[in-house]
Design a protein around this ligand. Structure first.
Ligand code: ZN
Length: 429
């Protein structure tokens, strides 16, 4: 039988994978993928993965999925960004002065530009405080991780800053071959040059304006949001939040993909606590669950009882074989995030990540980047490559994961992917 272009590429990628693993960095690739990235980015294998169409990014957090260097460059160049004299537990507090009453930074805060002139090491220190590495794994990793989001939100909430950062983010995603993204999104109002705060609807409209601009070059590029609340909230708070998600869904039809609760899963309440709130919700429930190695975590079994169609992570599904089989039968989507799982301490050795078995067993697995800006990673290339290198996947298995992600989109997106895939195969030599 003649080899297809896909067969030829599959063989070529496999040979390149062996080459990369034999080059002396295999231990880093398995145990510290983030540190292997500078080396990997110089390889032919990486170039091919970069060009590979990525279909839909189903799991990315809006507050952490952008280029942190670009955002910091803007902040350090601005006359309006100030730094607090007090550090948080894990990092500096910086903010636009327009965030405060009367557009004036609190007493004692210094203009960031001036602070940096006096302390040349400041930029590197702030950058380090917003990046997660394996060195940060500790019992306090989640409080640290959550503080990063606050630091980033404080600068990204300024409308002119946000527009620049997310225009670049959307363009970079599209250039990486990502057709669309479902952003986990904590609704936080943004403010403009004169301190005017935007309503949630006005804020969302800004994001869709950015998308419109980016579509001039990439007409197929689409953003949607998974309205996200917190795992620690009580029922009353979550009922209000779900109603709010519905309000946004009515205001922007087709743009709110669902509702989720974020944060440290093992610190929050289990899914059963919310019960009927989730089963009777007026928006689809897409839930972070199974992002845990705690044997007492049963959220995936509860997600099954609640009939949830789509799960963020699903990492510990291997503990529950009956649930796993039912997930397979029902085609529940698992949004797997390899690099995130390693950097937050859930899978120290990526070869032992259970998703490779979920893929082989025919579960509906998608591969995602979670918080690429905070992890020092690209929007999707790096996580796909982490999966490919550590799980010994074939090209058809990779492609299946990509196509799985398009079940959240319409038929046109699948047709677009086929076109992009054919172009990709044709361009490979
Ligand atoms: Zn997540």
């Amino acid at each position: 039988m003649d080899m297809t272009r896909e067969d030829i590429l599959d063989k070529k990628l496999d040979a390149l994978r062996r080459e990369v693993l034999a080059a002396g960095y295999d231990s880093l690739i398995y145990n510290d993928f983030q540190s292997a990235l500078p080396m990997l980015r110089k390889t032919e294998l990486y170039s091919i993965f970069k060009e590979m169409p990525k279909a839909w990014l189903c799991h990315a957090h809006f507050e952490a999925s952008f280029d942190p260097d670009f955002s910091l460059d803007l902040a350090f160049a601005s006359d309006d960004v100030y730094i607090s004299p007090d550090q948080g537990e894990f990092g500096w507090k910086i903010a636009y002065r327009q965030a405060f009453e009367g557009c004036t930074a609190p007493a004692g805060w210094t203009r960031l530009k001036d602070a940096a002139a006096a302390r040349p090491e400041l930029r590197a220190q702030i950058k380090r405080s917003i990046i997660t590495t394996l060195e940060d794994i500790s019992p306090r990793i989640w409080p640290r991780f959550e503080e990063i989001f606050i630091i980033l939100r404080n600068i990204n909430c300024y409308r002119p800053h946000l527009i620049k950062v997310f225009t670049k983010a959307f363009e970079d995603m599209a250039a990486e071959g990502i057709q669309g993204v479902d952003y986990r999104f904590i609704c936080q109002d943004i403010f403009d040059e004169d301190g005017h705060h935007y309503s949630p609807e006005e804020t969302m409209a800004v994001y869709f304006e950015i998308e419109k601009e980016v579509r001039r070059k990439y007409p197929w590029f689409t953003i949607r949001f998974v309205y996200s609340s917190y795992k620690g909230f009580d029922r009353e708070a979550i009922a209000r939040e779900i109603a709010f998600a519905k309000r946004l869904s009515d205001a922007f039809p087709g743009r709110i993909a669902g509702f989720d609760m974020v944060g440290c899963e093992d610190c929050g309440r289990d899914l059963n606590y919310y019960g009927q709130l989730l089963t009777g919700a007026p928006v689809p429930i897409i839930m972070h669950a199974g992002e845990s190695v705690d044997p007492a975590n049963h959220n995936l079994e509860q997600a099954l009882e609640l009939g949830l169609p789509r799960i963020g992570h699903g990492l510990n599904l291997y503990r529950y074989p009956a649930a796993l089989e039912e997930f397979r039968k029902r085609g529940v989507m698992l949004e797997v995030c390899p690099l995130s799982n390693q950097l937050l301490g859930y899978t120290p050795d990526l070869r032992l990540h259970p998703a490779k078995d979920y893929i082989r067993k025919g579960l509906n697995v998608t591969i995602n980047s979670d918080d690429c800006g905070v992890f020092g990673a690209s929007y999707l290339t790096d996580d796909l490559l982490a999966a490919y290198l550590n799980w010994n996947l074939s090209l058809p298995e990779m492609k299946r994961c990509l196509i799985n992600s398009l079940s959240v989109a319409d038929k046109a997106a699948l047709n677009q992917f086929s076109l992009m895939w054919d172009e990709f195969l044709t361009a490979i030599r």
